[in-house]
Design a protein around this ligand. Structure first.
Ligand code: SF4
Ligand code: SF4
Length: 233
């Protein structure tokens, strides 16, 4: 595993273990830091902190050992399907605002920690989580790609970020490896900077680019050009 990905995995493990402690109830304000981080540099929460993201990554790696090729959503479908999580976020927000349904109760990550604390959970929630984990073995981050309202929130906040991944077109050899390894199926190889709210800052693209330094996390130059690089894809 490349060094950056090792750091990311260790960070994921640390936050995963912290989830078993009173960390989040004692330091509830840390969630505000995730929001600030998203506004400044993108959805680090999704790629480095989220326990359900880590579980999908782990089973994704196991799947990579078993299956030669992972499934990818056809681009023409992915283009529209990525909006699903924003619709879900809006739906849950409306429900929560009306006090009809407890939004947090249906957060898969909270359900997961309830499960680990041996509290009663809805069987359907366990089954759904299990299905996502299994799906994660053949398809990268299925929950994050289409269903996570938390990821949608951080993604939307990241639209104004100051730091983002930039591609040096001069050193890029157009091998498209970055596109193939991106778990969120973002087309990286034809952009100057990645401003997609779908990016989870996993840095798989940077780690796997064969020309070191071609992809970097850098400050976005202002005034920025509103081009294809600013699309949601
Ligand atoms: S992996 Fe690197 S060299 Fe290959 S297309 Fe992407 S940015 Fe260019
Ligand atoms: S663009 Fe790079 S950092 Fe963002 S999700 Fe794709 S691989 Fe990860």
């Amino acid at each position: 595993m490349e060094r950056l990905q090792k750091y990311r995995f260790v960070t994921q493990i640390i936050f995963f273990l912290l989830g078993f402690t009173a960390f989040y109830s004692t330091f509830g304000w840390i969630k505000f830091l995730y929001v600030v981080l998203a506004v400044i540099a993108g959805a680090f929460y999704c790629g480095w902190v989220c326990p359900f993201g880590m579980i999908q990554d782990v089973f994704g790696r196991i799947g990579s050992k078993i299956f030669k090729n992972k499934l990818r959503m056809p681009a023409v479908i992915q283009r529209y399907l990525i909006y699903l999580r924003y619709l879900l976020m809006g739906f849950f927000l409306i429900l929560a605002a009306n006090q009809i349904w407890n939004f947090s109760a249906f957060d898969s990550r909270i359900v997961f920690f309830r499960l680990t604390a041996l509290k009663a959970v809805e069987t359907s929630a366990i089954v759904i989580m299990f299905l996502f984990i299994m799906a994660g073995m053949v398809f990268d981050r299925p929950f994050c790609n289409y269903f996570c309202p938390e990821g949608a929130r951080y993604g939307l906040l990241s639209l104004v970020r100051i730091f983002s991944i930039r591609r040096n077109a001069d050193s890029c050899i157009s091998c498209n490896k970055c596109d193939r390894v991106c778990p969120m199926q973002i087309k990286i190889s034809d952009k100057k900077s990645i401003r997609s709210p779908h990016c989870i800052n996993c840095f798989q693209c940077i780690s796997n680019c064969p020309v070191k330094g071609t992809l970097r996390l850098e400050k976005i130059k202002w005034p920025r050009k509103v081009a294809s690089s600013n699309s949601i894809k």
